[in-house]
Design a protein around this ligand. Sequence first.
Ligand code: HEC
Ligand code: HEC
Ligand code: HEC
Length: 130
Amino acid sequence: MKDKKWIVLGLVVFFGLLLFPLAWNMLVKAAPAPEVVLTKKAKAAKQCVMPKEYMTSEHMQLLDLWRHSVVRNAKREYVNPEGKKFDMSLSNTCLDCHSNKEQFCDRCHNYASVRPYCWDCHIDNPKGEE
Ligand code: HEC
Ligand code: HEC
Ligand code: HEC
């Protein structure tokens, strides 16, 4: 009966090792992606310039395209695939719907540790709202 103690201990160690990676993963990866907040205006619009999946992963490319178009080609009107027109402007268009930059752009960027330098020149609060 003396062995029983060791068997139990063995089992504890065995399952401990088995579960450790799982527990570790839960601890390390548990931090969820941040919830971004949509303004009333964005909610009313229902849709972004492009479908959500595209915006989530490609918004920087879209902004690049817009910048290029305005600065190089002096073309300011963007027509999305549904035929909806947008003025290609970071401050006046993106931040018109997403005027809550802190709870939207910044929240995601802080999480991903990206610091777009755009706001050195572009107004991040075009309407002076909070
Ligand atoms: C050194 C200053 C500066 C920085 C930094 C800068 N821009 Fe610009 N950007 C300008 C100027 C000047 C224009 C031309 C404005 C115009 O013609 O209306 C412009 C135009 C644009 C436009 C089209 C017009 C508009 O009003 O939005 C977009 C889009 C744009 N930039 C995006 C960006 C993005 C995205 C970043 C960051 C990755 C960025 N810019 C960083 C100076 C800057
Ligand atoms: C007409 C209002 C409107 C304009 C203008 C607009 N957005 Fe959006 N945006 C929305 C809405 C609404 C959603 C949520 C879409 C959904 O849930 O299907 C969204 C979603 C997004 C997302 C994805 C958020 C997530 O949870 O993954 C990003 C990124 C984004 N927008 C960036 C931009 C940028 C950059 C611009 C300018 C090029 C822009 N938006 C212009 C309304 C707008
Ligand atoms: C769903 C999360 C999310 C939201 C919301 C979001 N971004 Fe981003 N953004 C990212 C990530 C992640 C990157 C880095 C992507 C990469 O490096 O490939 C990024 C990169 C960028 C870049 C390029 C920066 C660089 O230095 O390369 C610009 C410009 C930018 N975002 C603008 C915006 C603006 C403006 C808004 C708000 C209207 C916004 N983003 C909202 C996640 C987000």
